[in-house]
Design a protein around this ligand. Structure first.
Ligand code: M6R
Length: 611
């Protein structure tokens, strides 16, 4: 969704802004803009790609500026609605603002500012911020004060960066509920909503906390907390690699990220394998204490992360014997649930900034839940920072909107959680612990073997490219994998796909089955295999085309209307991790045939930071 970058330096910062914005493109956006200071505020905006903005910004140069990628919420996709927004007028801008988030009281502020004589030129909520800062700047002649007074009047969520014509050596930034970080350079400083936007200039970053306001010059940064006291925030050295932000030899980030899964998995389990044991401290110093107090688990997440949670329920209940419920974050936060302070709240989020998941966590905490664990792929993001325990997956930056390597590493983290809880609860024999460790060691190789099935899956995809609908079936722990397969296919190829537990077929969806409905079945050798085979007969008898992902032990043979791809290994309890690989590849190749924008599917954003 929206992205912010800003820079103040003793060199031309326009190339830094443009590069930062192009690094933010993966988040999803529909327009972009920059504003820089010279003798006046110069603003360039464009609907569409950053490349178009770059073209329009040729010749522009400055030592201070702000930039933005916009994903429309308030107001359509137009140049007028693109950020930066300025005040008091379009012809004589004295203040320029970029903003991520949503200002909930913007209507009220708009009425008030209109009465004060301000005119509005966009439909955005952001324009009220520009006018408010101008209004208070007129009274204080102090940009920091003007921003502080402005945010005291805003309700909602924001990350903002502001420049003023009269202050060519200062930028003021603030955040509440939306991520914002400061990049520290040598005689230059930066601001961004995502570390990728400043990485080519610096790795030294400070993550602002909710309520913080900061004043940046090229020489230094002063941060104020929500009580407006000067505060020191910890400096971090980002370990996000520039290579993870580049395509390399691949055609799409999704393709690259699917193929990075063996590496992502082995990085995620590295500490565990080095220790040769499931150690509770992997989840944080307080983990032993918290794990000894809990009697159940509640998982909260959205999208693909929710399906990781559904898979984990099977492991947590069968391995750790701990009652587990899994809820869609956006539903949980508005439901009258019965809180249980002994329950461990587990949030799962690749980005760590999904608003629905963040708000669900806050809701649980308001209800009295004190124990929380975040499983997250982005260091220092909002959700882990609000949680008592954290397990960071080490998938590396995930750029494709369709989540792939984040999902498999989330599954690894959740499996490790299940085994660790089993150990804490005295349910794990030393022999079983060694066996699970050995399973984890082998999974990387098995995933690599599954990736080698790509040529066969590419052939299968040809039978999906002209279809409008598809069904995905699975049972038990593989039902969430069927759901993930359906989500992958629909989000990047726009083929309508639904997943059902195979046993439900005869209770309704079987009516949809005919020769035009491809039916994908996840069918490894587990206790439910014979049941799945019976369900497949129900499809076959109605002329349905079956595409079966089996494993080495499933003993399937292809026949008329039954296509089979077998992974050459059976990986037991970790089988969901293996079986998601072919459905990711199937979706990818179907999308290629449909000619969609694989990495940036229509209407979607990478990080969903609005409701
Ligand atoms: O960053 P998160 O894991 O919290 O994101 C949750 C969902 O928005 C995300 O998984 C989404 O469903 C993906 N586009 C699926 O591929």
């Amino acid at each position: 969704m929206c992205g912010i970058v800003g820079a103040i330096a003793q060199r031309n910062i326009v190339p830094i802004l443009i590069e930062g914005l192009s690094r933010l493109e993966y988040r999803g956006y529909d327009s972009a803009g920059i504003a820089v200071l010279n003798q006046q505020i110069e603003r360039v905006r464009a609907v569409g790609r950053v490349a178009e903005l770059e073209r329009k910004a040729q010749g522009l140069s400055s030592f201070i500026g702000i930039g933005h990628t916009r994903w429309a919420t308030h107001g359509g996709v137009t140049e007028q609605n693109a950020h930066p927004h300025v005040s008091p007028t379009q012809d004589n801008p004295q203040i320029a603002v970029v903003h991520n988030g949503i200002i909930e009281n913007h209507d009220e502020q708009r009425d008030r500012l209109t009465a004060l004589g301000y005119a509005f030129h966009s439909q955005t909520d952001t324009e009220v911020i520009a006018h408010l800062v101008h209004y208070y700047y007129q009274q204080t002649r102090d940009l920091l004060q003007a921003v502080k007074l402005t945010i005291s009047e805003l309700t909602g969520a924001y990350a903002i960066s502001v420049i003023a014509l009269e202050n060519p050596t200062q930028m003021v930034v603030a955040r509440l509920g939306c991520p914002l970080l400061i990049g520290l350079g040598d005689g230059e400083n930066f601001v961004a909503s995502d570390v990728s936007a400043v990485l080519s200039a610096t790795r030294r970053v400070i993550y602002l906390e909710d309520g913080d306001v900061a004043s940046l010059t090229s020489a230094g940064v002063v941060i104020y907390d929500k009580t407006l006291q000067v505060v020191e925030r910890k400096e971090h050295l980002s370990d996000v690699s520039l290579a993870s932000l580049e395509l390399g030899p691949y055609n799409h980030f999704m393709q690259k990220e699917i193929h990075e899964q063996p590496r992502a998995i082995s990085d995620t389990i590295e500490a565990l394998i080095d220790d040769g044991a499931f150690r509770t401290e992997l989840f944080g110093v307080e983990a032993a204490d918290i794990f000894s107090q809990i009697d159940s688990v509640l998982i909260l997440a959205a999208g693909t992360s929710y399906y990781a949670g559904l898979t984990a329920k099977y492991w947590l209940e069968s391995i750790a014997r701990i009652p587990t419920s899994v809820e869609i974050a956006s539903e949980y936060r508005y439901r009258e649930s019965v809180p249980n302070p002994k329950q461990l709240i587990v949030t799962i989020s690749q980005s760590g900034e999904t608003l629905d998941t963040m708000e669900a966590l806050k809701h649980a905490q308001k209800l009295g839940h004190t124990h929380s664990l975040a499983i997250c792929n982005v260091q220092e993001s909002a959700i882990p920072r609000a949680s008592s325990l954290v397990f960071y997956t080490r998938a590396g930056a995930e750029i494709g909107v369709a989540s792939t390597k984040a999902f498999t590493t989330q599954l690894i983290a959740l499996f490790v959680l299940a085994v660790t809880l089993a150990k804490e609860r005295g349910l794990l024999s030393p022999a079983q612990e060694l066996a699970y460790l050995s399973d984890l060691r082998q999974v990387t190789g098995s995933v690599q073997i599954a990736l080698n099935l790509e040529p066969q899956i590419r052939e299968w995809a040809k039978q999906f490219g002209d279809k409008e609908h598809a069904l995905f079936l699975g049972r038990g722990v593989h039902f969430p994998i069927a759901m993930e397969g359906a989500l992958k296919l629909k989000e990047i190829s726009y083929i309508h796909a639904e997943a059902y537990p195979a046993g439900e077929l005869k209770h309704g969806p079987l009516a949809l089955v005919d020769s035009n409905m491809p039916v994908v079945v996840i069918a490894p050798n587990d206790v439910l295999l014979e049941k799945v085979k019976s369900n497949m007969q129900e499809v076959k008898a109605r002329g349905g085309q079956l595409f079966v992902f089996a494993d080495a032990d499933s003993h399937f043979n292809a026949s008329e209307g039954v296509h089979v791809i077998r992974t050459p290994r059976h990986v037991g309890v970790l089988s969901p991790i293996l079986h998601v690989i072919p459905v990711q590849l199937l979706a990818y190749h179907a999308a290629l045939l449909k000619g969609t924008d694989v990495d940036k599917p229509r209407n979607l954003a990478k990080s969903v930071t609005v409701e």
